[in-house]
Design a protein around this ligand. Structure first.
Ligand code: ATP
Length: 387
């Protein structure tokens, strides 16, 4: 759960009990990162994700050696590098602004890190050619950065990191300066490049979609603290708390207040405008929960709410439905995003992602059916997922 891998795994980078406090006086202390423990496996693509200010960049900068931990150790290749210079760590960083030299050609930009380390010319040429080949920029080698598109510049910045053959790549929002379409395209390319290069990569983003598509594992941070670490699909299916549940997935999970009523024939989650019969495994989780059952939060993802009118009768059960009022309809082609409100309380807004055949219009009533084995229950006080 704390992100440490098994003892036999091939570990490349270890973040051990790392805390970073900024500010000299107690009054202006900022705990940017608190007691972070992560073992990063060789070849793994690990993504740090979280809202602005959660400590992603600070974590990455401590691995890079650009920031010194207040407490804890950083190990690379089993060597304690906590006090080492960035240059001594066998890492290469790719930033969001690429930082290419405008007066140098692509080939010169890519050669630069090797040249300042006094590599022989033939070795430099071999490495630059190989990296350019890998990144499919071999026909751009004589151009200046100003003659390149944003995506091409980003590839050159990657190339400059690759030629150094580092043990670990560190990337801080490398795609954030690209327009939306190019960003999605580069995301796929980064995936491919990572598969070809096979090197450990630690990647920082605030974009949960980027984290989901790129990460072998994703680290969700909030307020300097690790919330959860795991494969993207696992985090989506099994968020440990309300924060992770709301952060992973787009549009975000809906949260609705409920209390649990126990009856002889099963348990019911009673909301303000719906009653859901709980599936057996949720009932079992409720039995094991020793906190209050009077004020919990039910979480249901928009994609787990369907328009009843386009379902067959055997596709839903009576105690899985709720009646709502449609406020906004956004057709996406493959599905429709609905913003709906409770029939009784216009302030209770939530969203549903329904089949494109759904023909509801704003202002109309709608009956929705929830996929009950996908719902979650959260403790109101701690936010912990009890299911
Ligand atoms: P963003 O996505 O906005 O870049 P982040 O998750 O990368 O955010 P960090 O840059 O790691 O967050 O910052 C974490 C916290 O530490 C923030 O509260 C930030 O203001 C603070 N912080 C970062 N660097 C410094 C610094 N050099 N001095 C003081 N406080 C800092």
């Amino acid at each position: 759960k704390d992100g440490t891998a098994g003892a036999n795994e091939d570990i490349n980078v270890q973040i051990e009990g790392v805390t970073k406090v900024f500010g000299d006086q107690e009054s202006d202390e900022i705990v940017a990162v608190e007691d972070l423990n992560i073992d990063i496996r060789r070849g793994e693509f690990l993504v740090f994700v979280g809202p602005s200010g959660c400590g992603k960049t600070t974590s990455l900068r401590m691995v890079a050696g650009l920031e010194t931990p207040t407490e804890g150790r950083i190990r690379i290749e089993d060597e304690d590098v906590t006090g080492y210079d960035p240059r001594e760590r066998g890492i290469a960083m790719v930033f969001q602004n690429y930082a290419l030299y405008p007066h140098m050609t692509v080939a010169e930009n890519m050669s630069f890190p090797l040249r300042i380390r006094n590599y022989p010319d033939d070795e430099i040429e071999t490495r630059v050619t190989e990296a350019a080949d890998l990144l499919e920029i071999d026909d751009l080698l004589d151009r200046k950065p100003s003659q390149l598109s944003g995506g091409q510049q980003q590839r050159v910045a990657l190339g400059r990191a690759i030629v150094r053959e580092p043990s670990v790549f560190l990337m801080d929002e490398p795609l954030s300066n690209l327009d939306a379409k190019l960003r999605v395209q580069m995301r796929t390319e980064l995936n491919e490049i990572h598969q070809r290069v096979g090197k450990t990569t630690i990647y920082v983003t605030h974009d949960q979609a980027e984290a989901m598509t790129l990460g072998d594992r994703v680290v969700v941070l909030n307020d300097g603290k690790l919330q959860q670490i795991g494969p993207p699909q696992y985090l989506y299916d099994n968020p440990v708390n309300r924060f992770v549940a709301g952060f992973i997935g787009e549009p975000p999970m809906n949260f609705l207040p409920v209390s649990i009523r126990k009856e002889d024939d099963g348990y019911t989650a009673v909301g303000e405008f719906f009653e859901f019969g709980l599936p057996t495994d949720v009932e079992r989780a409720v039995d094991e929960w020793d906190g209050s059952l009077d004020s919990l939060t039910l979480g249901v993802r928009p994609e787990d709410l369907s328009d009843l009118s386009v379902l067959d009768e055997d596709e839903y059960t009576e105690n899985s439905t709720l009646d709502a009022q449609v406020k906004v309809v956004e057709p996406m082609g493959s599905d429709k995003f609905l913003t709906v409100t409770s029939k009784t309380d216009e302030d209770t807004e939530f969203s549903a992602r329904v089949a494109p055949e759904s023909s509801v219009e704003p202002g109309e009533p709608i009956s929705l059916s929830a996929t009950l084995d996908k719902i979650h229950l959260f403790d109101d006080e701690t936010g912990q997922n009890i299911t």
